[in-house]
Design a protein around this ligand. Structure first.
Ligand code: GEK
Length: 243
């Protein structure tokens, strides 16, 4: 059972930049569900996408896997497909350690490797499904195109990338409304104004969101010609890109 996220419920003298450390690992499942509208729906749908798009004898990647929620969903979606391997990668040692415990707590004949590494430095090959579930937004913008190009090159024809992100919007009026609706969502999940504002400061310069159009442009530059938003709730959503 994950603990309740109360990391920012007391006033801090100085709010440091957000990091995925042991304290965050302990509350992570609660934090992400109460902060990202649609998170559970996206995780469930990754199972369906895997069922339809994974092919026998291929690799599946969960990049920025945290505690492996998308990995477990992909593993369920693989059912009895033969010869597949899931590679889950995160560069937070604390996350990887806990993720390994979670993954091995469930019995399955589908092999999963959980690796502690920077997703910019891993080889992606023979892939049928790649998931970047709320991870690209944490890479510095200059690194994003190369990663997407590596993913495109490592995918088999017909292979898919699921790219979930927090978005910003060019139109200032709708941008503000969608942000306000997200804050209402956080309030409805029991976060106080103090928690909301301290978390917001901690994510400044750590989470850099793009517009949906910037994502489409970058995906096209990387080689993906078939891109569509399959899910959106307020300023969060998920794009599917097909090679
Ligand atoms: C989920 N996908 O539950 N290399 C590897 N990992 C990274 C890097 C990097 N360069 N940068 C950040 N991370 C998960 C949720 S959380 C999203 C993903 C969030 C990792 C980081 O350590 C963290 O575990 C994850 O990306 C982002 O479906 O907390 O909003």
């Amino acid at each position: 059972m994950s603990k309740t996220d109360n990391i920012y419920n007391q006033p801090l003298e100085q709010v440091g930049g957000f990091t995925f450390d042991e304290q965050v690992v302990q509350v992570f499942p609660d934090m992400i569900k109460r902060s990202v509208p649609g998170y559970e729906q996206i995780i469930q749908t990754i199972e369906m996408i895997t069922e339809r798009c994974a092919v026998q004898n291929s690799n599946l990647y969960d990049l920025g896997c945290s505690l492996g929620a998308a990995t477990l969903s992909m593993r369920r979606g693989l059912n009895n497909k033969n010869g597949c391997q899931i590679i889950a990668v995160d560069n937070s040692e604390a996350m990887v350690e806990r993720c390994q415990q979670y993954i091995h707590a469930y019995k399955s004949k589908q092999p999963v490797s959980v690796i502690c590494a920077d997703i910019c430095n891993i080889k992606i090959e023979n892939a049928s499904v790649v998931v970047l579930n709320f991870t690209l937004q944490f890479l510095t913008p200059e690194k994003r195109l190369k990663l997407l190009t590596d993913i495109y090159n490592g995918l088999l024809p017909g292979g898919v990338l699921v790219l979930s992100e927090k978005f910003v919007f060019d139109d200032p009026v709708s941008h503000q409304l969608l942000i306000d609706l997200h804050l209402d969502f956080k309030r409805s999940q029991g976060y106080s104004e103090l928690e909301i504002s301290q978390k917001r400061s901690s994510l400044d310069n750590v989470l850099i969101a793009d517009t949906v159009e910037q994502h489409y442009q970058r995906l096209q530059q990387a080689g993906f010609m078939h891109n569509n938003l399959w899910y959106q709730c307020f300023n969060f959503g998920s794009i599917i890109s097909i090679k």
